[in-house]
Design a protein around this ligand. Structure first.
Ligand code: NAP
Length: 245
């Protein structure tokens, strides 16, 4: 193994699970680049990690703005020459919280959700893939959700049977397809691509009533970002356990 420090880019890392993932990766000695659509918020988050001795840096990165991720790729190329870990963490849930019905979900909500949760992830990953190919052991983690599981949505009595948000759920199911397809294309390389279900986590998105504390919520992403060479690829996991697609 090389003694050179690994470099990770985490999108949406100024708060929530993304910031926690950066913290936990940083504690393992990995240089963490905190993607944030508002640079000032990313810089504040990076400063909070630096206080703990973590090698953290903010990168302006609105995943819906191609110019931002092209600039991020150039910066990473110039300063590191490669990218070891990409955590596609930024995501939105804008389906109505109450009275949410599939039959009235608007095209606008569907499009906005897919723009951030699916199209942006594909485009950003495609842009960064040449840099990830230069890593000794590239790892790509796509932040999915238990709500991506068509199997559980279709199973009466499952924990998510009555938790239907068409735009969010379908965007994460599509993201899982991206994981499977990209892992297949990269099956003969050292790059591993997996979907993470972080669990129901106490963040702005998850809400106060969520089951998991933030520390627990970062663990699945970190596990998949630091998989050993004989680890899985093309999978969908929560804390090491495969989830039904
Ligand atoms: P969160 O607290 O709402 O944080 C979301 C993060 O994504 C923020 O940093 C936000 O930035 C960023 N973001 C949103 N749109 C962006 C864009 N266009 N460009 C760049 N950054 C953007 O959510 P979270 O709970 O930490 O969720 C993180 C990921 O885990 C998401 O993909 C989510 O779907 C997934 N997840 C969460 C849970 C849960 O229970 N919390 C469960 C399953 C899956 P701003 O601060 O600028 O808005």
């Amino acid at each position: 193994m090389s003694s050179v420090k690994k470099v990770a880019l985490i999108t949406g890392a100024n708060r929530g699970i993304g910031l926690e993932t950066a913290r936990q990766l940083g504690r393992r000695g990995i240089t963490v680049l905190l993607g944030a659509r508002e640079l000032a918020k990313g810089e504040a988050a990076a400063a909070s990690l630096k206080k703990d001795g973590i090698d953290a840096r903010a990168v302006k990165l609105d995943v819906a703005a191609p110019a931002d991720y092209i600039a991020a790729a150039k910066l990473i190329e110039k300063d590191f020459g490669r990218l070891d870990i990409l955590v596609n963490n930024a995501g939105i849930l804008i389906d109505a919280r109450t009275g949410n019905e599939t039959s009235t979900t608007s095209a606008e909500v569907l499009r906005k959700t897919f723009d951030t949760n699916f199209f942006a992830v594909v485009a950003l990953t495609q842009t960064l893939l040449p840099l990830i190919r230069k890593s000794e052991a590239g790892r790509i983690v796509n932040l999915s959700s238990i709500l991506a599981s068509n199997t559980l949505h279709a199973t009466k009595g499952s924990p998510i049977y009555d938790a239907k948000h068409l735009a969010y759920d379908a965007s994460k199911t599509a993201l899982n397809s991206f994981t499977i397809h990209l892992a297949h294309e990269l099956r003969d390389t050292k790059i591993k691509v997996n979907s993470a279900d972080p669990g129901w986590v106490k963040t702005d998105m998850g809400g106060e009533g969520a089951q998991l504390e933030i520390e627990e919520g970062g663990k699945t992403s970190v596990e998949l970002a630091t998989l050993p060479d004989d680890g899985p690829t093309g999978g969908y996991f929560h804390l090491g356990k495969p989830q039904p697609w």
